[in-house]
Design a protein around this ligand. Structure first.
Ligand code: CTP
Length: 397
């Protein structure tokens, strides 16, 4: 759920600032973009070099830095993000926020942002319990700022009490949860089929096709990043399991059908897999040997149609999307396929060898639905996935 999200992390000047380095790493592991602002005091605890190295982004620390102002400006810095996280939020920073001060880059950005703000307080337990801090925190909470922690435990100075900054893993999980709850497909379940299927001839040989699974995997990631609880049923590919999706690995079309049906009920089904239309009717249980006589003829049996089965199922997902990979008469075949299979949309693409679509990173697609055809300019498979997920979210809104 952090995938592709832009997080502005404001690091305050307390000993817990060292944990912000781990926090950056964890947010980035979830594939978030993390831009950091350091207060002058924070630089006493962590260096811009370590923050910049871990975040892979420029680090901002000076309101009056002419280069930074020229490149991005503090107002854009405050707005070009999905949320602002203050960790550690020191007593001083919380007080500034409560008062609305804007006398350095961090406080100015916090006053200028219109994005959700999360604070992770960290300080001595007596400072936390102080009426001034408690009043400030109550004011911030009343303004809708989410207060994460502090937690109880041993503090840096050796005292025990409430004041430890919440652990980075827990903070990253809270942020992911918030993003998931406010996402357009939150509460929706999605099923995506992807990759080729392998149909065994014998234990060592199989029939397969050239599908890389790139488009299907990218669609699963895009749906998950919009908040859908996503199951990806994947044939054998060279791709790593995408984060944020429940991945079921299968080999044959029959296994893909079983795994797809097991993932119902779902609100959305996108069948991007290149399912083998036929399988050897009688797969041998031991390796076939040449015996010098007549060549083997392979008897084939037709595989189940997963897309059609889902589209015509009693537990039919609200939106069923299929693909049409064609080498000729693309749009006519796609429109006929949509009706024949009973799905709502067909994403049609030309897979003639000259296009490089199969296995490649780019795709030119046409969306065929009941109202007609929409043609998208050539773009990366990731962009096709993002645009398709956004179209799905709009259709289900
Ligand atoms: N599909 C499926 N199960 C199958 C065959 C295809 O779910 N056994 C799905 C694909 O995932 C895709 C759509 O059906 O979403 C169309 O696949 P395609 O290979 O283009 O079409 P076919 O159904 O195989 O039809 P044809 O071979 O006649 O083009």
């Amino acid at each position: 759920m952090l995938d592709g999200k832009r997080i502005l992390l404001i690091i305050g000047g307390g000993i817990a600032a060292y944990k912000s380095l781990d926090l950056i790493r964890r947010l980035r592991e979830g594939r978030a973009q993390v831009r950091c602002v350091l207060t002058p005091a924070a630089k006493q605890f962590v260096t811009p070099l370590s923050v910049g190295t871990l975040s892979h982004e420029r680090v901002y620390d000076d309101l009056f830095d002419l280069t930074a102002e020229h490149e991005i400006g503090h107002i854009r810095l405050a707005r070009e993000c999905d949320l602002v996280l203050v960790a550690p939020a020191t007593a001083d920073l919380l007080a500034k926020m409560a008062l609305g001060l804007a006398n350095d880059l961090a406080s100015t950005v916090l006053l200028a942002t219109d994005r959700p703000i999360f604070v992770a307080p960290a300080m001595n337990h007596v400072m936390w319990a102080n009426a001034a801090t408690q009043e400030n925190v109550a004011k911030l909470a009343a303004r809708g700022i989410a207060v994460l922690g502090p937690d109880a435990g041993e503090l840096a100075e050796g005292e025990i009490g409430l004041g430890r900054m919440r652990e980075p893993a827990a903070l990253a999980a809270s942020i992911a949860q918030h993003l998931a709850a406010s996402a357009p497909l939150a509460g929706k379940r999605a099923l995506v089929t992807s990759g080729p299927t392998y149909e065994p001839i014998d234990p060592v040989r199989y029939i397969a096709n050239r599908s890389s699974g790139k488009q299907g995997h990218a669609i699963a990631v895009a749906l998950a990043s919009l908040g859908a609880e996503t199951t990806l049923v994947s044939g054998p590919t060279r791709l790593v399991d995408p984060p944020g999706c429940h991945v079921v690995h299968i080999e044959t079309a029959q296994e893909m059908l079983a795994a797809s049906l097991a993932s119902l009920p779902a609100d959305i089904a996108v069948c991007a897999a290149a399912v083998a239309d036929w399988r050897p009717a009688h797969a041998a249980t031991s390796k076939l040997k040449k015996d010098g006589s007549t060549p083997h003829a392979l008897e084939l049996a037709e595989n189940p149609d997963i897309l059609a089965t889902l589209a015509q199922n009693v537990a039919r997902p609200r939106l069923v999307v299929g693909f049409a990979a064609e080498t000729d008469n693309l749009l006519a075949h796609a429109a006929a396929k949509r009706v024949r299979k009973g799905c709502d949309w067909i994403v049609a693409n030309d897979v003639s060898p000259a296009t490089g679509t199969f296995g490649g990173d780019a795709n030119t697609v046409h969306i065929v639905d009941a109202t007609g055809t929409e043609t998208w300019a050539p773009m990366s498979k990731k962009d096709v996935a993002a645009r398709l997920a956004a179209r799905i979210a709009k259709a289900l809104a």
